[in-house]
Design a protein around this ligand. Structure first.
Ligand code: ZN
Length: 271
């Protein structure tokens, strides 16, 4: 989904991927220059320029970036207001700011924190309106739109965690991809039927330049790579097939793994 923003940028424009560890999005084929930044230097990163720095004191001139991406990182920063005011200093107007965070009240984030003994989440966001107000106050950027994010529980998938696993994961299925895929599908169906939020993950909020931003949720999230896809696009691209027993499947455009398909129209209006 970050691609919706960064693909708009041209050559000579720069994007900051802040608090990104190894990198929070693919930069293949992008015209813009990507700068990755984190407090800790990872053993490997995605091959773009990497800067080790404290997000509360960014070592960049003002204004240095046309877009700033906080993709699942704001929940890890100890002083989010301070970080956001630094973003105000380094972002070039009109610019784009993308923020995705977990909703701490959801089953997914509770599970993540339970398995990871906190998982490094020091800000537990539960109110998206309060988050939007905080970002607007600190950055001065207008809110463009918010999209509800769904979970695929990819962080539990043992295909993604070949090393040592937390022992607690064996109490919740051991990270079997097949079990996760089926569980997520059933949770989505329950959410569609009863208006619950069992399979919700959090929110993605877009600020800054007036851009075409589709706030409809993308309920198809890959169990392996965690990338989200609009159901209309999957149907149009021919990446879905009807299974023998009824449910439809989609082949993830990012990694090729097969997942159960759900129609986004069933989740319109959820927050
Ligand atoms: Zn995938």
């Amino acid at each position: 989904m970050v691609q919706e923003i960064v693909r708009r940028l041209g050559a000579h424009q720069r994007v900051l991927d802040l608090g990104c560890a190894t990198g929070s999005f693919q930069s293949d084929g992008l015209a813009a220059t990507v700068i990755r930044a984190d407090l800790d230097t990872p053993a490997r990163h995605m091959g773009d320029r990497f800067v080790q720095c404290d997000a509360r004191q960014l070592p960049f001139a003002e204004p240095a970036f046309d877009a700033v991406i906080l993709n699942h990182s704001l929940e890890h920063f100890e002083n989010p207001a301070n970080v956001l005011s630094e973003i105000r200093r380094v972002i070039r107007k009109p610019g784009y700011l993308w923020i995705a965070v977990p909703d701490a009240s959801t089953m997914t984030d509770r599970l993540y924190r339970w398995l990871g003994r906190g998982g490094g989440h020091v800000n537990l966001f539960t109110d998206v309106d309060a988050l939007v107000r905080l970002v607007q106050e600190q950055t001065g950027l207008p809110h463009v739109g918010t999209r509800l994010l769904f979970s695929s529980l990819a962080f539990m998938n043992r295909q993604n965690n070949k090393g040592r696993k937390p022992r607690r994961i064996y109490l919740v299925g051991g990270g079997s991809e097949r079990l996760l895929r089926l569980s997520i599908f059933l949770f989505r169906k329950i959410d569609a039927l009863f208006g619950t939020r069992i399979s919700v993950y959090g929110w993605a909020c877009c600020f800054g330049s007036t851009v075409e931003f589709d706030p409809r949720p993308w309920s198809n999230v890959c169990v392996r790579c965690g990338s989200g896809h609009a159901s209309d696009e999957l149907l149009k691209s021919g990446r879905t097939r009807r299974g023998v027993l009824g449910p439809r499947y989609f082949c993830c455009p990012s990694c090729g793994v097969e997942n159960y398909f759900t129609n986004d129209s069933a989740y319109l209006g959820m927050r």
